[in-house]
Design a protein around this ligand. Structure first.
Ligand code: ADP
Ligand code: MG
Length: 615
């Protein structure tokens, strides 16, 4: 039998490569834009018609190509960027495989116009589906314009596979963002159907992000900066309160190249854990610089995946840097009640009937009379408005507490009401006041704070449950008649591993073997009709995927228990309960948010009040 293996003709080989490199119009946009970056352009124009199916045109003012290169660039594996295998170890350019133009030209009508700065005249090349149609001299500006028309004209299968125009345009915009976000110094203009979609002037990274997303975005960003021997990280993360349910604003760039990495995404997400709701994703724009020798970009035709030599350390560094950045702009207030003036809310004992307030009037008072005495006035602390809308800043101002600044008028009748004086004493130790059986109002040096009692208590309990060094075990409520429960062998195994932990929460559980457990005590406030069901549901969640790690498991357990045992909205609290909740909340590590990211409090700064009432 004769030999049967043959080399494929170039046109077929190119189409096969195109299948990998150019899956949709957005892939062609990506390749063309990347070429302009590699060409050192400072101004780039992208024109799209019919979501790229009819036309994709990219114009740059980069280095341009010689007459010969303008033909050569359409050859497969024709590249100016690497020459030998070793060069692959030190790639600094976006392209290097020499496949993109060959692939695009095999499935479209392509026109290239290019001129080097040193040349008098430019050159134009026309190619239709790999077929060279001609080259001529043209008058054109320095740089290159590539026009890709009728993409997939000869690959109907692929053309039919494309999504709606809206969706394809969305992909193109995404490809544009990935390049624009990493080159803020380059001017970009993007026209869709003859309308300007984006015009991005040259600027810094923050300006670029704001130009892409809108001015409101400026206040949402927290800077990240970390230098280490292995990796330098810079960029921004979104503030936790702006995390969204949908993905889309998560960007990693390595050495100027957009990169997908679910693993490193996890590192960022982990740093936001407990600060945002479980179903939300944080925004981030993180730029990593590493030694090109320590990464491999050449593992995927579109080069959006990168292998790192020491991915574990990089994971740890990213996680720590993001955590640190959040910490710096932390939403964590530190209230010092020692230096804090007491609340001025009157305490009315439960059983005391409410008295009509008595109003005393000074009959000699003349509002138009000019006083020679120092005026009794209300002066509010003049504090520059915080540049960072963070709690910490609100709390660290060193002004005297508001109550000290307000000079109250002397009692008009000269003899203070005794009952009020006694009340003042009681108020002196108060930390807050409950309203609507659901909220607690308290104050700090720079604002009024409204606390949601349920979310706040969840946070307090959660941190207590998570605190491994907690010597004090949370006291349980002893059962008059201990209850025996029997669990499946699997559940019994998990529970026996966790009995000490359950003990810390206030359960007293004895393992009797063969799946039987005797429950002597349950946590205070624990109101559940069926303890077995409750324990089973917790054990079930401990078996969920993604909770294999002990820390994930204890976090989950702490969260479930905190939710279960927390004081609910609508419950009337005694003064001591209010005080201890306020005090405990402000000694939490993350007082501003419940374990699943809901707000525990709302601060109205005195500045805001001043503005509101126009002082
Ligand atoms: P690669 O980028 O992997 O080298 P391409 O097929 O994208 O492969 O491009 C082939 C070559 O064509 C590049 O190496 C470069 O020399 C040249 N080239 C492509 N686009 C441009 C451009 N916009 N300006 C200048 N040169 C370009
Ligand atoms: Mg390229």
């Amino acid at each position: 039998m004769s030999d049967i293996i043959r080399l494929l003709p170039d046109s077929v080989a190119n189409q096969i490569a195109a299948g990998e490199v150019v899956q949709r119009p957005a892939s062609a946009v990506k390749e063309l834009l990347e070429n302009t970056i590699d060409a050192g352009a400072t101004e780039i124009k992208l024109i799209i018609k019919d979501s790229g199916k009819l036309l994709i045109q990219v114009t740059d003012n980069g280095c341009g190509m010689s007459e010969r290169d303008a033909r050569m660039c359409f050859e497969r594996h024709a590249t100016s960027k690497i020459q030998k295998a070793d060069d692959l170890l030190a790639i600094r350019t976006m392209g290097f495989r020499g496949e993109a133009l060959a692939s695009i030209a095999s499935i479209a009508h392509v026109e290239l116009k290019t001129k080097r700065h040193e040349d008098e005249i430019g050159t134009a090349v026309l190619i239709e589906g790999t077929e060279f149609k001609g080259q001529s001299a043209v008058n054109c500006p320095n740089g290159t314009t590539v026009s890709v028309k009728n993409l997939f004209f000869n690959v109907p299968a692929r053309r039919n596979f494309l999504k709606s125009n809206t969706l394809e345009l969305k992909y193109i915009i995404e490809a544009f963002f990935r390049v624009a976000l990493v080159n803020p110094d380059i001017v970009f203009t993007f026209f869709n159907q003859d309308k300007t979609l984006f015009h991005l002037p040259s600027g810094n990274l923050k300006q670029r992000i704001v130009n892409l997303y809108g001015a409101y975005y400026a206040n949402r960003l927290i800077p990240v900066e970390q230098q280490s021997a292995l990796i330098n990280i810079s960029g921004f993360i979104g503030k936790p309160e702006f995390a969204k349910k949908s993905r889309g604003e998560q960007y990693f760039f390595t050495n100027g190249r957009f990169m997908k990495s679910p693993y490193l995404h996890h590192a960022v997400e982990g740093a936001f854990r407990e600060l945002i709701p479980d179903d939300s994703v944080p925004s981030y724009f993180l730029y990593m610089e590493v030694d090109p020798q320590t990464i491999d970009v050449n593992i995927h035709p579109t080069k959006t995946e990168i292998n790192f030599q020491d991915i574990k350390s990089i994971y740890a560094i990213i996680h720590a840097s993001v955590k640190q950045a959040i910490g710096k702009f932390s939403l964590a207030p530190t209230l010092d009640f020692e230096t804090e003036q007491s609340m001025n809310f009157p305490v009315i004992p439960d059983n005391q009937p409410i008295k009509q307030p008595v109003i005393t009037v000074n009959p000699d008072y003349n509002p138009f009379e000019k006083k020679t005495q120092p005026q009794t006035s209300f002066t509010f602390p003049q504090k520059p408005s915080p540049s960072i809308q963070g709690w910490r800043e609100l709390y660290t101002t060193q002004e005297p507490p508001l109550a000290e600044i307000i000079e109250f008028p002397a009692p008009l009748n000269g003899s203070p009401d005794e009952s009020i004086e006694n009340m003042g004493d009681a108020i002196g130790r108060k930390k807050g006041c409950q309203i609507q059986n659901s909220f607690i109002i308290t104050q700090s040096q720079s604002g009024i704070i409204i606390i949601d009692q349920q979310n706040a208590h969840e946070r307090v309990l959660y941190e207590r449950f998570m605190d491994e060094n907690e010597d004090e075990m949370i006291p349980g409520q002893r059962q008059l008649i201990p209850q025996t429960i029997t669990l499946s062998p699997g559940d019994a195994q998990v529970l026996s591993e966790w009995t000490t932990y359950f003990k810390n929460l206030g359960f007293d559980i004895d393992d009797f073997g063969k799946g039987s457990f005797v429950i002597h005590a349950i946590p205070m406030n624990f109101e559940t009709p069926d303890i077995r069901l409750f324990i089973e549901s917790i054990l079930e969640s401990l078996k969920l995927p993604g909770t294999e790690q002990k820390t994930d498991q204890s976090r989950l357990l702490a969260k479930t228990m905190a939710k279960k045992l927390s004081i609910k909205r609508g419950k009337k609290l005694h003064q001591e309960e209010i005080d201890s909740l306020v005090e405990n909340l402000f000694s939490c590590k993350v007082p501003g948010l419940s374990p699943d990211g809901k707000s525990t409090m709302w601060i109205i700064s005195y500045d805001e009040l001043n503005t509101k009432f126009k002082f």
